[in-house]
Design a protein around this ligand. Sequence first.
Ligand code: PLP
Length: 393
Amino acid sequence: MSSHVMPTYFNQYPIAFERGAGAWLWDTEGTPYLDALSGIAVCGLGHTHPAITQAIVEQAHKVLHTSNTFKIPNQEKLADILCDISGMEQAYFCNSGAEANETAIKLSRLYARKKNIENPSVITLKNSFHGRSFATLSATGSERIQKGFEPLMSDFIHLPINDIEALQLTIQQDPNIVAILFECVQGDGGIHSVTSDYIHKIRALCNEHDLLMMIDEVQTGIGRTGQWFAYQHHDTWPDVVTSAKALGNGIPIGACMVRGKACHLFTPGKHGSTFGGNPLACAVGLAVIATMQKDELLAHVQQVGCYLRQQLTQAFEHHPNVVDIRGRGLMLGIELNRQAMDIMSIGIKHRLLFNVVANKVIRLLPPLIITTKEADDMVMRLKCIINEFVSDN
Ligand code: PLP
């Protein structure tokens, strides 16, 4: 390992993966691991999916990058299909989740200008995660992420998830609020979901007070919870939606989509990105969505997600050290009754890849293509891992 890499990550294990196929990765020794992390919700179609490899190779033979100075047909096609599956009207492309959220936050500033609000603020939720850029880390509801970077942007008000009263009161009392940005299922925060009541209340308050409802679907989007986007479980329509991660299955891409009153805020020259929406990234985005449609993966995620959750519940519901099993589709969390950051190394010993969020929640984000047999295998390994962990701790 190079000592010249800046040490910004903890828990970097001394194993490296040389190749992958489907839900499996092989390390440099040739040992196979079952992947229940998907590169943190990125490789939804698993590793080396032939349709993705083909899209990359075909596009590499044509052209990789031309810049947004010129029309990019793949970008136009991807914007069309993303709007089609999300119900939004326009899409802007960038390269990551943080950039997609940064775009949403910039949009909220332009919306404030329209409303003649000089010092706008945005509501976000406690325990949320929106990225590591300056605006997005300020939006993030976690002191752990923010510590050391003060002074932060002061325009964010962090409220507890699902607290309708706090939301209502804050909006009524503060005329500077212009938007609400939130995840439907908090990933980094420990797999906590917004309730349907809460999301409907957000929509109603956004209508009543002319605010932007902005949903961060960076982790939950592109089928992870069993719908294209998690808000589609709740029969509601945001004004702004952000996406990234699984949209590129490993090729960096991000998108910010808008509808209604959030359209036409950006005018030429207001925002941009050198790489954003380049021919390669968009070719892959198109292949991801086409493959998911062809293979009916949303239905598969619903079915196998339900199965995995049932199996986990059966395995752990009476386990003295398991507090809760929660989540949606293939975004699941197992909460333990103790600090569990070290359990990842036991996972590696048992050749299962996952990570831990909020200190004690095992986060499972397997590729969307996993089979029920692989789900069984995952549960079997988790039984050994959790038992070994609690007996040592
Ligand atoms: N928003 C959410 C909900 C995320 O889970 C993440 C990354 O984990 C981000 C934003 C930031 O995305 P990126 O790391 O691509 O900048």
